[in-house]
Design a protein around this ligand. Structure first.
Ligand code: AMP
Length: 293
């Protein structure tokens, strides 16, 4: 049994990672938590959930270039690898898979996954190619680390929908588990990108959660008209005002399964926001259901 002071095995070669999993006893369940590093309590909640679901927990750290557009933050994305490994040691992670870009995309690599329909609106429109990169790397990670279960966060709501659809459509032999969003004290959803925010920007970023809370409260008071829910969201985001965000990519209420527009909230719906504070693009969401949040 591993103790807290044991270091996780750090593996960079895909073949070695696959071998590491294959050498587990067949009776041991393996969980994988895919991340891009710069770990925070949100990631660690996924790791703790992984321990509940499996015997051995694997975390992958890979800043995947194919999911970033040329103008996005790939080059400045934080990579505090020593801190990350220290946290994962404390969380009793058995193996960290940390490949180079060349190991995942060797010369001549040319096969990509076409994302499912649920990846077409919202992020799909604002970040063309993003989910193509996400699906391709996640499928590769599932191949390299053939785990029984993978844990993802609801923070990236559309990404979770996309991966669920991919697993279903391609008959992947893995179970998915989606964990609620972990927030900072003021309600800001934890994100590796929060490191980019200045003190004042951090204050203004709170308007994103406040906007979702306002929509949730309005929903609780009986409002089911999407137009009214979206109006209060935009009001709280207070675009351009001293306490608000600088721009909004979307702030909308959609069907929680298809992510397509609706007029009235009935069975299930989700409020999704992508907004910019300074140079930082932040996303957050709220699912209108008594079971989450
Ligand atoms: P990332 O490193 O941002 O690609 O995220 C890796 C995983 O952690 C994804 O499944 C995210 O949805 C999840 N995650 C990121 N932030 C949070 C959060 N605040 N709470 C819960 N899960 C999160």
């Amino acid at each position: 049994m591993q103790t807290e002071i044991d270091s996780p095995a750090v593996i960079t070669a895909p073949a070695a990672a696959r071998r590491w999993v294959a050498l587990r006893s067949p009776s041991r369940r393996v969980a994988v938590v895919p991340t891009m590093g710069a770990l925070h309590e949100g990631h660690l909640a996924l790791v703790r959930r992984a321990h509940e679901l499996a015997d051995d927990v694997v975390v992958t750290i890979f800043v995947n270039p194919t999911q970033f557009a040329p103008h996005e933050d790939l080059s400045r994305y934080p990579r505090p690898i020593d801190d990350d490994l220290r946290m994962l040691r404390r969380e009793r992670v058995a193996m960290v898979f940390m490949p180079s870009i060349e190991a995942i995309y060797p010369a001549g690599f040319s096969t990509f996954i076409e994302p499912p329909a649920v990846g077409v609106p919202l992020e799909g429109e604002r970040r063309p190619g993003h989910f193509r990169g996400v699906c391709t790397v996640v499928l590769k990670l599932f191949q390299i680390v053939p785990a029984h279960v993978a844990i993802f966060g609801q923070k990236d709501f559309q990404q979770a929908c996309v991966i669920q659809a991919m697993v279903r459509d391609l008959d992947l032999a893995i179970t998915l588990d989606i964990m609620p969003t972990v927030r900072e004290a003021g309600g800001l959803a934890m994100s590796s990108r929060n490191r980019y925010l200045t003190e004042t920007e951090r204050g203004r970023a709170l308007s994103i959660n406040q906007s979702l809370t306002a929509a949730a409260n309005l929903y609780s008071s009986g409002q089911r008209q999407v137009r009214a829910l979206e109006a209060v969201m935009h009001e709280k985001l207070a675009i351009g005002s001293p306490g608000g965000v600088d721009s909004i990519d979307y702030a909308c209420v959609v069907n929680a399964e298809t992510l397509l527009p609706i007029e009235t909230v009935d069975d299930s719906a989700a409020a999704l926001i992508a907004a910019r504070v300074g140079n930082t693009r932040l996303i957050d969401n709220h699912v209108f259901s008594n079971l989450t949040r």
